[in-house]
Design a protein around this ligand. Structure first.
Ligand code: NAG
Ligand code: NAG
Length: 498
């Protein structure tokens, strides 16, 4: 009895289920037919040229957009490229089909368009239609006022969406990429921040169509990434634009973009700093090494030119001075000043020599006039000392070792000469190097002291002691770095803290 009952119940359920299934199938079929009929009925006598509520109250069109990606920002063209989803919402009573209770389950597909906050709550009966349905109904002629070039993506199909609600509410979404003009103020480049906008407008005056931002107008900005900028914030605005043909509603979205300085630090600032520092190496090179110092100066000047050319190539030809221009020009000035400094050093050095020489010649002339029998050769001039150097360099050993008679008074003058001259000069019959010369002088002292002195002198000899540093070089070693540091402090304080 109990078993029979349970079998019966099971049978009833199975039977019931199959009956339900066949019922559902039939219902689905009739529903499809109903939808097709509904759409056909809606479009019957629909005039696509007339806006909803034609001749009456203005139509309200809601907007929201989702930023998919920021693609590029170009300073040269003064524009930026952005990919986004734009959704427009309005109500067209001619499209209402509320009289039929249509149950379309898959309302929540096409999630990408982001229309979760459907405004009409009471009528959840929605039909999602293919994008080309939009060609059969009236749609607002929305455009971007600052658009330069846009395209709708059409892989794999045109990226459009149309949803129809029972009361005639339309959701119209699309995905596209647009290049929008953004006039940038580059006075602070590359330490600047820009304000780029999306200007949305349409061809109807406010008496026909009024656009408004929906509750959450913008999405996806936090996830958007840019290589060169950081999005510091955004805001939406909504104003009326007065044009020759009437007053139009204008919606705008503005992004505050702050440039990332990292790229410029490594690409421009650090190389410039290093080049300027490299130019200071010249002050530590003996002023007689003309070729070394001139080469260093010219190389650094040319490198600065190269750096500034590279920077300029990525910028439009703006007449005003940008922050980076100031830095590059100042770096150039520093490098150029280092080269000029050498010119000054060289000039004063040789000028002094020339003066001394002419004085000496005068003195000699006086002497020779007073003592006609005096031999000029016994008092070598400075010119002779240079000649001596040349002789030493001669590959012929006999010439190199030739000894010159030295006047005692001339020894004092030698201190004024660079070490290269002093050290290599051979003094009469004494040994050639200064060290041995000194050792020979001290050999009458006690042995212990002698050894210590010897050690000390060896150390002293190993540490080169340059006495003949030009006074201009000596000052430059301090003045240039201090001036550059002061400039940097001023520059960064002004541009970063501003
Ligand atoms: C289809 O439409 C008819 C009226 O034309 C209606 O009676 C029927 O209930 C509708 N079917 C469904 C499943 O909505
Ligand atoms: C951008 O500039 C417009 C006007 O030029 C202003 O209304 C808007 O607030 C600015 N946006 C930001 C994020 O500063």
């Amino acid at each position: 009895m109990w078993i029979l009952r349970s079998i019966l119940i099971a049978h009833y359920f199975i039977l019931g289920n199959s009956v339900k299934q066949s019922e559902q199938k039939m219902m689905a079929a009739s529903r499809l037919e109903n939808v097709t009929q509904t759409i056909a009925r809606i479009l019957e006598g629909y005039d696509i040229r007339l806006r909803p509520n034609f001749g009456g109250e203005p139509l309200f069109v809601g907007m929201d957009l989702t930023v998919a990606s920021f693609d590029a920002i170009s300073e040269v063209n003064m524009d930026y490229t952005i990919t986004m989803y734009l959704n427009q919402y309005w109500r067209d009573e001619r499209l209402a089909f509320n009289t039929y209770t249509l149950m379309v389950e898959n309302v929540e597909d096409n999630e990408y368009i982001g229309t979760n906050d459907i405004e009409e709550e009471e009528s959840r009966d929605m039909i999602t239609l293919s994008g080309d349905f939009a060609e059969k109904i009236w749609v607002p002629d929305t455009f971007f006022a600052n658009d330069k070039n846009s395209f709708l993506h059409d892989v794999t199909e045109r990226n459009k969406l149309v949803r129809l609600a029972g009361d005639g509410s339309v959701t119209y979404g699309m995905r596209f990429t647009t290049t929008l003009a953004c006039m940038m103020d580059l006075h602070y480049y590359p330490l600047d921040s820009q304000n780029c906008t999306v200007e949305i407008e349409n061809g109807y005056t406010v008496s026909d169509v009024v656009m408004y931002w929906r509750k959450t107008p913008i999405r996806g900005v936090d996830e958007a990434e840019l290589p060169q900028f950081t999005i510091k914030g955004y805001e939406t605005n909504d104003r009326k634009e007065k044009l020759a043909t009437g007053v139009y509603q204008r919606l705008s979205l503005s992004f505050k973009l702050e440039r990332n300085i990292g790229y410029f630090i490594f690409q421009t600032y650090l190389p410039s700093i290093l080049i300027v520092m490299l130019s200071w190496v010249s002050f530590w090179i003996n002023h007689e090494a003309t070729s070394a110092r001139v080469a260093l100066g010219i190389t650094t000047v040319l490198t600065m030119t190269t750096i500034s050319t590279g920077v300029r190539s990525s910028l439009p030809r703006i007449s005003y001075v940008k922050a980076i221009d100031i830095y590059l020009v100042m770096s150039f000035v520093f490098v150029f000043a280092a080269l000029l400094e050498y010119a000054a050093v060289n000039y004063t050095y040789w000028g002094k020599r020339a003066k001394k020489k002419s004085k000496k010649i005068k003195g000699i002339a006086k002497k020779s006039s007073s003592r006609a029998d005096h031999n000029n050769l016994s008092t070598p001039t400075h010119e002779d000392i240079i000649e001596l150097q040349d002789v030493r360099m001669s590959p012929i050993a006999s010439l190199r070792n030739r000894q010159y008679p030295v006047d005692a008074s001339d020894n004092l003058d030698l201190a004024k000469f660079p070490p290269s001259f002093r050290i290599t000069r051979s003094y009469g019959s004494s040994v050639r190097t200064g060290l041995r010369h000194r050792a020979a002088r001290n050999n009458h002292r006690p042995k212990m002291l002698h050894a210590i002195k010897r050690g000390a002198s060896v150390i002293r000899a190993s540490i080169p002691k340059i006495k003949d540093v030009n006074i201009i070089d000596e000052y430059s070693r301090v003045i240039f770095p201090v001036a550059f540091l002061a400039f940097n402090v001023g520059y960064w304080v002004f541009y970063v803290l501003d």
